[in-house]
Design a protein around this ligand. Structure first.
Ligand code: NAD
Length: 433
């Protein structure tokens, strides 16, 4: 069969597989258990929060351009909706598994709770290789998957967003499919849409802006000056490049940035805008001439103040954690640090701003998009950015206070803040029996 779904071609080099290797759901739950232990969470609630509320598996038949029918498997997991509608992205990838989707849905629950958004957490995925599919095939896949999970979708129940290999084009198709079924336009059913159809200003920059804001808070907490702070960034895509640009605007010095092919370095600081313009044109850092080129393997051992992993999961492990010379790590990527590395970094006195907090700027502005769609009134970019700043700064401070009260890392503190919020609402709501 020409398009068998079991083909294992090496796709998605930049794919954000979640925590790789081990069972992702169990990896997530190991951190949950540690935080729950510190919170002294009652056993009943612990059981409730260890189980996804709803797991949906759908067959997604698609007519391929060559006339053959292929049937893909799609998942949508609503992990927890105690605090509000579920919120979470949809990924198209050959490596999608139910366990991964469950883990990512749990993760979204904690991420939304740590920044106190009135959302629960969800995630979805379809096992497919979008790189081998035409635009028409992708549209049919997206629409059929949407119709398969349509009973759970809705502004008040479950609100998707883009994730690995999905983008605003697909969000537009989801919105259209849902709206056709409802017989009227429902923009708030999905976020990450094009601006022209209910997307939010500032969404594209939101994750990088959030990274800059929490890094600034961490520097203040450690009484380190912001001006001249030396920063190294892994990954120069959406999150990495915007983080670098905004940190530079704050007066920090970006010593090095990397992409999947290599890194560029300048001890005096790179001109980030120039590097961005270069990448926009040439796609790669390799051809940039105004900096020293160094191997990716050397990036993490550069003497700096702040390291921003903003590319992939599992890049800081027990293998390289000992060589990191930064004072602060801001996790722009999801899951960049392995559990083994956590301990090494903590012993070395490195402050890790954990992913569920550091990169929550994206989902925060997705929340703003949902609010604007529901209100039918759109904010200017300054309003979006100011409101994002307020949320990121106060969330950082809450996690820092939790860490110092309980003598735990910022990661465990962030989980504690999140789990405490979700558990608190469960207690208030009681159990429907
Ligand atoms: P992106 O595809 O725009 O950029 C990824 C960058 O990483 C590219 O520059 C790529 O060349 C680089 N890269 C890939 N492999 C690398 C390697 N081995 N070494 C160095 N660089 C490498 O992706 P993005 O949207 O910036 O997302 C990056 C990370 O941030 C992912 O983990 C993603 O899940 C997470 N994240 C993104 C958002 C968002 O709003 N975009 C929100 C939350 C979390």
């Amino acid at each position: 069969m020409a398009h068998a779904v079991t083909r294992q071609w090496p796709i998605g080099q930049e794919k954000d597989t979640f925590l790789g290797g081990e069972n992702p759901f169990e990896s997530m739950m190991a951190r949950f258990d540690e935080a729950a232990h510190h919170l002294n969470l009652e056993p009943g609630l612990r059981k409730v929060l260890r189980h996804p509320e709803k797991q949906i598996i759908v067959a997604v038949p698609v007519l391929r351009d060559n006339g053959e029918v292929e049937v893909y498997t799609g998942y949508r997991v609503l992990y927890n909706t105690a605090r509000g509608p579920a919120k979470g992205g949809i990924r198209f990838d050959m490596q999608v598994t139910l366990d991964e989707v469950k883990a990512l849905a749990a993760w979204m629950t904690w991420k939304c709770a740590v920044v106190n958004l009135p959302f629960g957490g969800s995630k979805g995925g379809v096992i497919c290789d979008p790189t081998t599919m035409s635009i028409g095939e992708l549209e049919r896949l997206t629409r059929r998957y949407t119709s398969g999970i349509i009973d759970t979708l809705g502004p008040d129940s479950d609100v998707p967003a883009p994730d690995v290999n999905t983008n605003e084009r697909m969000m537009a198709w989801i919105m259209d499919t849902y709206s056709m079924h409802k017989r009227h336009t429902v923009t708030a059913v999905v976020t990450g849409k094009p601006i022209a159809m209910g997307g939010s200003l500032g969404r594209r920059e939101a994750t990088g802006r959030g990274c800059m804001l929490v890094t600034r808070e961490a520097l203040k907490q450690l009484k380190m000056p912001i001006a001249g702070t030396r920063v190294v960034v892994q990954g120069f895509g959406n999150v990495g490049s915007i983080s670098a640009q905004l940190m530079e605007e704050e007066g920090m010095r970006i010593l090095a940035v990397s992409d999947k092919e290599g890194a560029i370095y300048n001890a005096k600081g790179l001109d980030v805008k120039k590097v961005m313009a270069h990448v926009k044109k040439e796609k790669v850092l390799r051809t940039y001439t105004e900096a020293e080129h160094i191997p990716n393997a050397d990036l993490f051992s550069i003497d700096c103040d702040v390291l921003v992993p903003a590319a992939l999961e599992n890049v800081i492990t027990d293998f390289n954690a000992g060589s990191i010379r930064a004072r602060i790590i801001c996790e722009g990527a999801n899951g960049p640090t392995s559990a083994d590395a956590d301990q090494i970094l903590q012993d070395a006195g490195i402050l890790v701003i954990p992913d569920i907090l550091a990169n929550a700027g994206g989902v925060t502005v997705s929340y703003f998009e949902w609010v604007q769609d529901r209100g039918g009134y759109f904010w200017d970019e300054e309003t979006v950015n100011n409101r994002l700043e307020k949320i990121m700064v106060s969330s950082y401070q809450e996690c820092a206070a939790m860490a110092s009260r309980n003598n735990v890392s910022m990661r465990i503190a962030a989980y504690m803040v999140a789990i405490d919020r979700v558990a608190g609402v469960h207690r208030l709501r009681g159990m429907y029996a």
